[in-house]
Design a protein around this ligand. Structure first.
Ligand SMILES: O=C(O)C1=C[C@@H](OP(=O)(O)O)[C@@H](O)[C@H](O)C1
Ligand SMILES: C=C(OP(=O)(O)O)C(=O)O
Length: 450
């Protein structure tokens, strides 16, 4: 085990040096037997970054216990610090890194730059805060993330009174010229390419002078559970989000309370490990699985049985046991697009055809995940085809080869799942998993050696 900047013995912690260099292909371990492992996982990306944003605009200090420490959460911490928010660390009970203590400033300050890295939650959730800050904030991102859609949010913030200078491309980079306050009020937004636009406006909306009333105008709205997560996170800080009709949400101008919150483990990052149980006919148990949660990963309890797995939750441990042979599935993942890569990987190992629908928006994730999954499955001899809003997979014998990750953490872990059953799979740039799960390779190895 390598020393980490968050030094704690025996457990894998976040350290850029703990994963292979970008150009070193990673030999995906082939499972010589069924896995049988119990794993603890780091905190949820979506919950950590929401609680960080809310803590930054709260009326008092907050404590985040057992938060995620990864590139996505580091980018959020850095973004908040550059706006004048005090984010300190203190020893907590997570083996994956310290707790965070967040003290909001009297006034958010701009005259700074924010590097969103690859984090959708930073590039969408931080600009409304920059509009509330005094002075200009220049936003940019990793080159791989500059293509992600931003125009709907830029347009909505302008309609709410923000002054934003951009090149008209509807992408990063751009500069938010904050004046220390934002008018707010009613706004229409097409969030069909990302639910994060709606969450972004709601998270900061209570701090707008007139609050905010968001009306979604697009035909479809993906990832609805993530908007519900936003509403619940606000409710837990005393802010009510009303939804008078589907596609409309409003938040009145009011204070947001500071909070002491325990961050749940990342259930979407549990997916590859649980998929390993399904792929190998083994058993994987994830500890600290919440009974009640707003995380979309909770849907794995209903989704994995569709592949033939059995799933049980008892005493805070989720246990998944795989079938002898994986069934093909027909799934609409419009609510849970984040889970598509591991589930499509399982479909490539199934005994019957599969069809995934409702996931056109995942073309705008870290990469075009529909194109990427189809290309990589077919590269290994599989039979996957793109549809307008999904993927069809027909069983075909797979062979070894290089699985490309497209700078996408979930593409990398999807390659690892296939490598369990297909000898000779290497995954390019496994280090990209540090976006949300820097300990991926260590935990994967630990699962196989248990
Ligand atoms: O709000 C969030 O934390 C997220 C919302 C979803 O985004 P999209 O609505 O763009 O799919 C999800 O896929 C992403 O991983 C996290
Ligand atoms: C889409 C994802 O990330 P982001 O928060 O960057 O949108 C994801 O983690 O699957």
């Amino acid at each position: 085990m390598l020393e980490s900047k968050y030094s704690a013995p025996d457990l894998p912690l976040y350290d850029d040096a703990s994963v292979p260099e970008d150009d070193a292909a990673w030999q995906a371990p082939f499972a010589v037997r069924a896995v049988d492992a119990t794993l603890q996982l780091p905190g949820s990306k979506s919950l950590t970054n929401r609680e960080l944003i809310l803590s930054a605009v709260a009326s008092g200090p907050s404590v985040l216990r057992r938060p995620l420490h990864s590139r996505d959460s580091d980018a959020m911490v850095q973004a908040l610090r550059s706006l004048g928010v005090d984010v300190g660390e203190r020893e907590g009970s997570s083996p994956f890194g310290p707790d965070l203590v967040v003290t909001p400033p009297d006034e958010l300050l701009g005259s700074t730059t924010i590097d969103c890295d690859q984090a959708g939650t930073v590039m969408r959730f931080a600009p409304p805060l920059a509009a509330l800050a005094l002075g200009p904030t220049a936003f940019d991102a990793d080159p791989t993330a500059r293509t992600r859609p931003m125009s709907a949010l830029i347009g909505a913030l302008r309609a709410l009174g923000a002054d934003i200078a951009d090149d008209g491309s509807g992408r990063l980079p751009f500069t938010v010229h904050g004046t220390g306050a934002l008018r707010g009020g009613p706004v229409a937004i097409d969030a069909s390419s990302s639910s994060q636009f709606v969450s972004a406006l709601l998270l900061a909306g209570a701090r707008f002078e007139e609050g905010v009333r968001v009306t979604h105008t697009g035909e479809r709205l993906p990832s609805l559970p993530h908007i519900e997560m936003t509403a619940t996170a606000l409710a837990e800080r005393g802010v009510r989000v009303d939804s008078p009709e589907p596609g409309v949400w409003q938040v009145a101008h009011q204070e947001i309370a500071g909070r002491d919150v325990v961050i749940e483990p990342d259930l979407s990052n549990a997916a590859p490990f649980l998929a390993a149980a399904v792929a190998t006919g083994g058993t994987v148990r994830i500890t600290d699985w919440p009974e009640q949660t707003t995380q979309v990963g909770a849907q794995l309890r209903e989704l994995l049985p569709r592949f033939g797995a059995s799933v049980a939750l008892a005493d805070g441990v989720l246990t998944v046991t795989g079938p002898e042979s994986i069934s093909g599935v027909e799934l609409d993942l419009s609510e849970a697009g984040e889970l598509a890569p591991p589930l499509v990987a399982l479909a490539a190992l199934a005994n019957g055809p599969s069809s995934f629908r409702g996931i056109g928006h995942i073309r705008h994730h870290e990469t075009d995940r529909i194109a990427a999954l189809v290309a990589e499955i077919n590269r290994l001899g599989g039979d996957a085809v793109e549809t307008q809003d999904g993927i069809d997979v027909t069983p075909a014998p797979l062979h070894g080869g290089e699985w490309h990750s497209y700078h996408d953490h979930r593409m990398a872990t999807a390659g690892a799942i296939i490598g369990l059953r297909v000898d000779g799979v290497t995954v390019e740039n496994i280090a990209t998993t540090s976006k949300t799960l820097p300990q991926f390779t260590e935990l994967w190895q630990r699962m196989l050696e248990a």
